[in-house]
Design a protein around this ligand. Structure first.
Ligand code: SAM
Length: 333
């Protein structure tokens, strides 16, 4: 008896958050797609390449701040802390924080780019074999809970899990407009619970001469990162974008103090995604990322509204990059 193999045609799913966001964003008057979707596996790797570019000062600045101030965080946190990292990506900065902590107990990386996060978490586990590592795939835009050990307040690290520390580096919160950042911070506070600490890295640089090269580098790595979104749509949503007919552009919005990334159509064209047609005029763009640049006073005000007190502000002397050590109010629920 001969076996007959049937090839199953790959049908793009229309009911995923990615599909819904792309269709809604391409249907809007000002076309836009959330920067969340820039991070598939290739996008995550390209972002890592960006962090090593001369122009991308943000990662170097935050690494220097962590090297200098992680022991201070450790002294406040006490032993056996639980570290929850939001938008963990490669977890490249995590060892710097962990090195300042006294016998950290549990590390929970949270990211939407599942494969890249899990591989990075495994690599971290090899460096810290005694650390319990429990990755959680999640979307920061909607996340409301995480499987964390029960929180006793006041905590007693001799008998239960240690203090919870949120770790939110990389200026990822800058991808949220300030009012949405306040809502996000309040939600993260509810997830972490009363008394939690939070390391928040956020760039406040306001100089477009410094910012624009950081988001549009000479080697074109950021352009590849941005254009990869079109290849992702082709692969996952049956799109027929021709990426070479779009160009990457970084713009500084003086009013909102925000660097925007766009994909600009080089010509008038129609593109199919999930069986639907989307018309582009020549020069029309898809807005793919906003990076709000927020200074220290405003960040502290936003944190306050969201139920966090600022314990420390750590500032990089070479740029406007700051890291904030926040504490969740004990009375907040
Ligand atoms: C700017 S990178 C920062 C990576 C790393 N934390 C650092 O400091 O270099 C943003 C990270 O957040 C993740 N991310 C972006 N949007 C997300 C979302 N909505 N939910 C969860 N993770 C998200 C990306 O996959 C990526 O790993």
């Amino acid at each position: 008896m001969s076996a007959i193999a049937f090839a199953t045609p790959r049908v793009a799913r229309t009911d995923t958050p990615f599909a819904r966001d792309v269709v809604a964003g391409l249907s809007a008057r000002g076309k836009h797609i959330s920067s969340t979707w820039l991070y598939d596996d290739r996008g995550s790797k390209l972002f890592e390449d960006i962090t090593r570019l001369d122009e991308y000062y943000l990662t170097r600045a935050e690494i220097a701040l962590l090297e200098r101030h992680a022991p201070e965080v450790g002294a406040l946190a006490g032993p056996r802390a639980t570290v929850v990292e939001f938008g963990s990506g490669s977890s490249r900065k995590t060892p710097l924080l962990l090195a300042g902590l006294d016998r950290p107990g549990l590390y929970v990386p949270v990211d939407i780019a599942a494969q890249f996060m899990v591989e990075s978490a495994h690599a971290l586990k090899r460096t810290f074999p005694r650390l319990l590592v429990q990755p959680a795939i999640g979307d920061l835009r909607t996340l409301t809970s995480l499987p964390l050990p029960p929180l006793d307040w006041p905590w007693d690290p001799d008998t239960g899990p240690g203090r919870r520390i949120g770790f939110f580096p990389g200026s990822t919160i800058g991808n949220f407009a300030p009012e949405d950042a306040a809502v996000l911070l309040a939600r993260l506070g509810r997830i972490l619970g009363p008394g939690a600490l939070l390391w928040l890295g956020l760039d406040g640089t306001q100089d477009p001469g410094r910012l624009l090269p950081a988001y549009d580098d000479r080697e074109g790595v950021t352009a590849q990162f941005n254009l990869n979104l079109l290849s992702r749509i082709n692969a996952e949503l049956g799109g027929d974008f021709e990426p070479e007919t779009f160009k990457h552009e970084a713009r500084w919005d003086t009013h909102d103090r925000c660097v925007e990334m766009h994909l600009v159509s080089r010509c008038a064209q129609t593109v199919e995604v999930l069986g639907r047609s989307f018309w582009f005029a020549a020069g029309e763009s898809i807005h793919t990322e906003s990076s709000y640049k927020v200074g220290a006073l405003r960040v502290q005000a936003i944190a306050r509204i969201a139920g966090w007190s600022t314990l420390r502000v750590f500032s990089d002397e070479h740029s406007g990059f700051n890291a904030y050590l926040l504490q969740r109010d004990v009375t907040e629920t």
